[in-house]
Design a protein. Sequence first.
Length: 202
Amino acid sequence: MDLTEAINKNTARKKPILDRDPQFFKNIPLPSWIELSLIDVCNRACIFCPKVDENIAPNTYQKMELPLIDKLVSDLKKINFKGAFCLCGYGEPMLHKNLITIINKLGDFGGIEMVTNGDLINEETIVELHNSKLSQILISMYDGIEQKIKFQNIIKKSKIPENFVTLRERWDKDQEFGLGATSNRGGTLRVEIDENTKKLNK
């Protein structure tokens, strides 16, 4: 999938959640999208991630405990929050032992997406996630086409809807998704880069 196609698919998925009238509480605008990093540990050390260097971002094994989730839920109910959530961050959310419980608590508000490296995805876990209040799984694949085939087979055998899972191809080193495209809270921006900078993308 090229960058334009990926952006269009991402925009179409989020448009129903984000493209709406703003919500206010006591004249203060509320977020429509909340990202939560549930746990500060990952089973991978990807070269583009701070987790690759233990001196910069070591695995601390800290996690959001259920009392904190319960407080978040309580506070959001008080302000009548109507937005959505994304479970992502520097940690792998599927390593959190209370993941399903957290998803079901947050799912009462709106949509929930989860970004994962997919290493813990199998027929059993994907069915469990589908049966929860999770809206979408986004699997970032770094190993190659064989990984995509594996997940396609898991989806088919588990008989869950294909649109429940988004497979994101991240293994092509020639793609300029790093310095050639900048993702921020406002969206994805294309930036012009010179030849010397392009070499850093290799």
